[in-house]
Ligand binder design. Sequence first.
Ligand SMILES: [Zn+2]
Length: 193
Amino acid sequence: MDEVGRVSGSINNCPALVLNADFRPLSYFPLSLWSWQETVKAVFLDRVNIVSEYDRVVRSPSIEMRLPSVISLKEYIPTARRPAFTRFNVFLRDRFSCQYCGDAFPTPDLTFDHIVPRSRGGRTVWRNVVTACGCCNLEKGSRLPRESGMYPRTAPYEPSTRQLQENGRAFPPNFLHESWRDFLYWDTELDPV
Ligand SMILES: [Zn+2]
């Protein structure tokens, strides 16, 4: 397939937002996006419906089509009931903010802290692990909360997939095509301009 005409910007900046068969994004964070090549292939395999399109057109010798900007799967993919216990999901549960000082940090600057330190028998589980910045982690060290006076702002819990998705919605990606907005409802849209 070739692109028709020359439009400014790379065609590779035209990913499609992928919705499940219930029209919710497959995931919010990271946002479920497919490259235009994957998207076109899925259209021809009849696995997706086209919900919205870009202005850009691609063509092969036999067909011409506008690139889809939003697609929905024809077959529903059930989402996992229990999210995986990973560093990233701990950060997402805690909204990328240190549970001691309350400040938000980019992922590389975050660590996780065992409320009851491992050296004191604490386990690496949802209810004993919170997001912490390097400074707070260092300060707390291997002390218990009552010894350090440092308590997490929110008692850690095992989140549901829905809770993680809700948190993910608060972090819009850098690129957001206008045809996606109806399906995402970013919190930031509610801010007065
Ligand atoms: Zn901190």
